[in-house]
Ligand binder design. Structure first.
Ligand SMILES: Cc1ncc(COP(=O)(O)O)c(C=O)c1O
Length: 442
């Protein structure tokens, strides 16, 4: 990409970057315009849209994606964490090619589902039993509905700015499309306020659902005190604690609950665990999950035509057993730690009011001063520095999310990380005069 004049104003800099982006992506723009005829705004997944228009992707290979205008990118979106294995991992691709020869949805138990179930139960501490769904959203709906039925209670507690699926979204005050569960909202990491909330509704709370690190909400970790309080108080009031590990399970071979040391009653899973194919799962204590045992009286029905589709089951199984080894999990999470720390070091060196939050292979760049990142601060931040960063990284060949979340995949290597650090460094160098300054007004 051509170099650009040093900008003195954030809005001008965004306009300048946008003009270069538009000029560099004519085929993506044409695709976007054509798609508008059948898809609202040319879009079928809200997070895939960003201004001025998204690049159309034609191919992925390892840790790289390629767009319609011939650009190659290092892929730091990693399908919003679902692309843990990178693109077309040869072991998984070969397994899918092999199994589809014998049919995809057989209409009966197949040879793959129990193996995947056994692997998940062996890895994730809270899972005695597990059931599969087609998405993380569905897994969370099933977990919440199960908790409400098991407890015979109504209220569902979730965190402001949390995300648990398309109809379970609490960013910016919540979506009008949310399911009409009777929600009670807690502030993430507010130990005293949340304990008071739970105790005030003690006999009516069916469950508390949360991520141990907000993914969509900005890679903000729950404090140990917050998780300990939730574990203690939910037990005392007879409510079910659900950890949504759809994203965070990638942070350790045994899931993030093995890192925090807190074991919930139920856990939901999704994303990469289907080996790159559509996937979700919910599970937990045997006494809860065995309500789904068809041989038991008063069994809960749980349908889903593609719950055990051969592609997700076989790809998920081979991924866990042959690709995501302990060593692979350790290595890519360590690379994420290195990258996050290097980002912070470059930010500090340039005196910019920004920081990174996160853990291992998942982190977020915020244009918020260090120590000031809360879900509320993330929701109300000036979007312009992040917008400029997004455009400039795309122009520099780094495929990134508009919200600054960075997810590693197994094929990322040190060279990819070094190139990304250099791109960030160049961005900070070029724009330091128009970015918020550390120590200045935030
Ligand atoms: C924490 C969390 N829960 C649930 C979901 C929903 O999963 P899916 O998109 O498979 O429905 C997501 C997806 O981004 C997620 O990040």
């Amino acid at each position: 990409m051509t170099s650009h004049p040093h900008n003195t104003d954030l809005d001008l800099a965004i306009r300048d970057a946008e003009a270069r982006y538009v000029a560099a992506n004519p085929a993506s723009l044409a695709r976007h315009e054509a798609a508008r005829a059948s898809l609202p705004g040319g879009n079928t997944r809200s997070v895939m849209w960003y201004p001025p228009f998204p690049v159309g992707l034609v191919r992925g290979e390892g840790a790289h994606v390629f767009d319609m205008d011939g650009h190659a990118y290092v892929d730091w979106v990693s399908e919003y964490s679902a692309g843990l294995y990178g693109h077309s991992n040869p072991v998984i691709a070969a397994r899918i090619a092999e199994v589809v020869k014998d049919g995809i949805a057989l209409g009966g138990p197949n040879l793959h589902e129990a193996g995947l179930g056994a692997e998940l139960v062996a890895r994730i501490p809270s899972l005695d039993r597990v059931r599969f769904t087609n998405s993380g959203t569905e897994a969370n709906i099933m977990a919440i509905s199960t908790a409400r039925s098991v407890t015979g209670r109504n209220l569902v507690v979730a965190a402001r700015e949390g995300y648990h699926g398309g109809v379970l979204t609490f960013a910016h005050g919540g979506s009008v499309l949310n399911l009409p569960f009777p929600w009670l909202m807690m502030d993430y990491n507010d130990v005293e306020g949340t304990e008071a909330l739970l105790r005030a509704h003690a006999g009516d709370v069916a469950c508390v659902i949360l991520e141990q690190m907000l993914g969509g909400g900005g890679c903000i970790r729950a404090s140990d005190a917050f998780l300990a309080m939730l574990r203690r108080v939910t037990t005392e009031i007879g409510a079910i604690l659900i950890f949504d590990e759809v994203m965070t399970s990638r942070l350790d071979y045994h899931g993030f609950q093995s890192v925090t040391g807190v074991t919930p009653d139920m856990t939901t899973l999704g994303k990469y665990l289907g080996g790159g194919a559509s996937f979700g799962a919910f599970g937990g204590r045997a006494d809860i999950m065995d309500r789904f045992d068809p041989e038991k009286p008063d069994v809960y029905a749980h349908g889903g035509t593609f719950n055990n589709n051969v592609i997700s089951m076989a790809a998920g199984h081979v991924g866990l057993t042959q690709v995501l080894t302990r060593e692979a999990s350790r290595r890519f999470n360590a690379l994420g730690d290195r990258l996050r720390h290097a980002f912070q070091e470059r930010i500090d060196a340039h005196g910019v009011a920004a920081c990174t939050t996160g853990f291992g292979s998942l982190f977020n760049l915020h244009f918020i001063p260090q120590g000031k990142v809360t879900p509320d601060a993330v929701a109300h931040v000036d979007p312009r520095p992040g917008r400029l960063w997004h455009l400039e990284m795309m122009l520099a060949g780094h495929y990134v999310t508009p919200r600054g979340m960075i997810a590693l995949s197994l094929p990322h290597d040190d060279a990819d990380a070094d190139a990304f650090i250099a791109a960030l460094d160049r961005f900070l160098e070029d724009h330091r005069s128009i970015l918020p300054r550390a120590g200045g007004p935030s």
